[in-house]
Design a protein around this ligand. Sequence first.
Ligand SMILES: [Zn+2]
Length: 378
Amino acid sequence: MFTISEKHSAVVRTSELPSKADSCGAMLSVGRNCVKGEFMPRRTRQQRLALIAAAMLSVVCCAACDWSGYGYGYTNGQGMVLAPHDTISVYQLAHRLNMTVRSSSASRAVLSDSVNSVMMTAGPTARIYVNGSAIRHSSQIRPVGNILFVSPSAQSSIGVWLKHPVAEARPRYVRLGAGAETVSSSVGRAGSALGPVFIDAGHGGRDPGAISVNGVQEKTINLAVALQVAELLRERNVKVILTRSDDTFYELDERCVMSNRSIAAMFVSIHADSSTNIQARGCTVYVSRSASVGSTRLAEAISNSMASSGIISRGVHRADYRVLVGTTAPASLVELGFLSNWAEAAALTDRNYQRRLAEAIASGIVAELHRSAAAGLR
Ligand SMILES: [Zn+2]
């Protein structure tokens, strides 16, 4: 189990936090010494030797991190992207511009809609081209891992050069029925009333995720709840796409690509927590640090639904999980509860409790879909 650096995880609204930060297997492994210095009081020789050993260990830790770009952001290959504060990923930028990411690498990204194409290149001479022409901008464009991150100002810098009207690159939350014909959405017309919603059961295959105190693998619980969420959503006429419906392993980036290609209206990843504090319990919903309004509303809807279902809710937190910054759709990650807590571990393997969790998640999603649809039709 690892620690999330406080530097990179801000609390939006929370209840009690465990003494150590928590994580499931998709989380970050970063020693604090990797990211910030700390005040060192006078110590005994033994303590100093221990600290030197710890410092050497932290160097190993940092060496294990996938440092990239310009020395201020990195990924650790376990699910968390540590991008600079006040930046957004190209996927989040695409969402704000109502565009789709056509290609993305550590050096270049291409976004497009039906009439516009935007290319950005990273490096000391970072450039942004809109429809083939370089534009003036003051945005930083820097890679973290293989994802480019830009200043939020890039949205307005690019936006003024886009041809109008910008085509609807992705479906809006559309409810068929009266007035539906006035709403443009090929997905909506294809038959499903709402969505599609992308449900991502965390881990799978060779990646078990966290292991509960009673020996159950996180991947199994994630899948059981994800399948029930999908079933409940489909019953409510919501189109659902699953990352996996069996014990299959997919890389985090593959999950992002699947969601982005499906032009999902929402992305919800399902995990279960673990902590060194065995008292820690409750459901937590995460959004990225630079989450869109849509992502935050989705997370709050799920969190509120959990709370009103009588499930312990730890509120909405911010952390840059890779699946949250690599997806274009409004995205949140749900940690169902703590596998490190005996009572909660037992509950998480109980079919009835899993159903309660699934119903709460599905209700939150549906509430946000309807709220968004109503807002879109006004
Ligand atoms: Zn997990």
